[in-house]
Design a protein around this ligand. Structure first.
Ligand code: GUN
Length: 299
């Protein structure tokens, strides 16, 4: 297993590859190909990159996919009409509306318009409600990917304390729920931290596992992490770096270099949580199709 200065690196790529291989195998024997529709509104550069990764992922495992690229000034009614058409399309099992949406659009109304049985992002209130109730259907992809990554590297969660920094509906809040559910990859005691948490470093340094999901480059330093604790870095931030050939580079929400030799285990950026998110999206799309067709198997 890969270590850097004594810290175990929780790399997503091998786990992602295993999930992709299993999905390819399942698709080859399926009654039809699962179909994913991605909706991208506007020109956000990072969103465009994420969407192209999703398209490539679908191609790699043999899923049918369509991407609807809409201009930034798309009206709410147009977007809702598109989602209505995708809800009714039998070739589409999963619908993903890339976030963030331009500010003039009502994000909550858009997420509510997606058929909950096709909501492979798990952001519809019905699916979030099921997660709260302890009987999840679609679990949001990044939290699900983090749990799968910890499971793969046999990082115990049961009975551990976890500090999650960031309360977004995409990562922090659903992850907190997931880790505190009853069961083998739950049973953790979770503290949901955010921008108003007093003395954040002290709260985090008491935890066995620290999850950085705040969108602030290299925010989580040694002060936040007990020696030997596990750090899950969900951030993807592009920063200026004159020493780099491109003049910029990607960093996470955790101070990777500062944590090496201090954290017991750490997810690298890129190559940690990121690859897991796409693998779980494809897994959710497989699940959506298999529910319709009555076939089984987990990606
Ligand atoms: N933007 C950043 N992460 C995500 C995600 O997991 N799903 C969607 N739809 N948008 C995102």
């Amino acid at each position: 297993m890969g270590r850097d200065n004594g810290t175990l690196l929780l790399k997503g790529k091998p786990v992602r590859d295993a999930v992709f291989a299993e999905l390819s195998r399942l698709v080859a024997a399926a009654p039809r190909r699962p179909g994913l529709a991605v909706v991208l509104v506007g020109e956000d550069a990072a969103s465009a990159v994420y969407v192209s990764h999703k398209e490539k992922g679908c191609d790699e495992v043999g899923f049918h996919h369509v991407t609807h690229r809409l201009p930034a000034d798309t009206a709410q009614s147009e977007l809702l009409a598109l989602i209505g058409g995708l809800n009714a399309d039998p070739a589409i099992d999963g619908i993903l509306v890339q976030l963030p949406l331009p500010a003039h659009l009502d994000q909550a109304a858009v997420l509510l318009a997606v058929d909950p049985r096709k909501d492979v992002d798990g952001f519809h209130p019905e699916n979030l409600g099921r997660l709260v109730a302890g009987s999840p259907r679609f679990v949001p992809c990044t939290p699900k990917g983090i749990v799968r990554l910890l499971e793969h590297y046999q990082v115990p969660v049961r009975g551990r304390t976890v500090a999650v920094i960031g309360r977004s509906v995409i990562v922090g809040r659903p992850l907190s729920l997931l880790l505190s559910l009853k069961g083998a990859m739950g049973d953790a005691t979770v503290t949901m931290c955010h921008s108003r948490t007093p003395d954040l470093p002290r709260v985090c340094a008491a935890a066995d596992i620290v999850v950085a999901a705040i969108g602030v480059p290299r925010f989580v330093t040694r002060d936040f992490v007990r020696a030997g604790a596990v750090v899950v870095d969900v951030g993807i931030n592009r920063i200026d770096d004159p020493g780099h050939p491109k003049g910029t580079r990607l960093v996470g929400d955790a101070d990777y270099e500062g944590l090496l030799g201090h954290a017991g285990a750490l997810t690298p950026v890129p190559g940690g949580v990121g690859p897991m998110t796409i693998a779980m999206l494809l897994g959710n799309t497989w699940e959506a199709m298999s529910r319709v067709e009555g076939v089984h198997g987990r990606g």
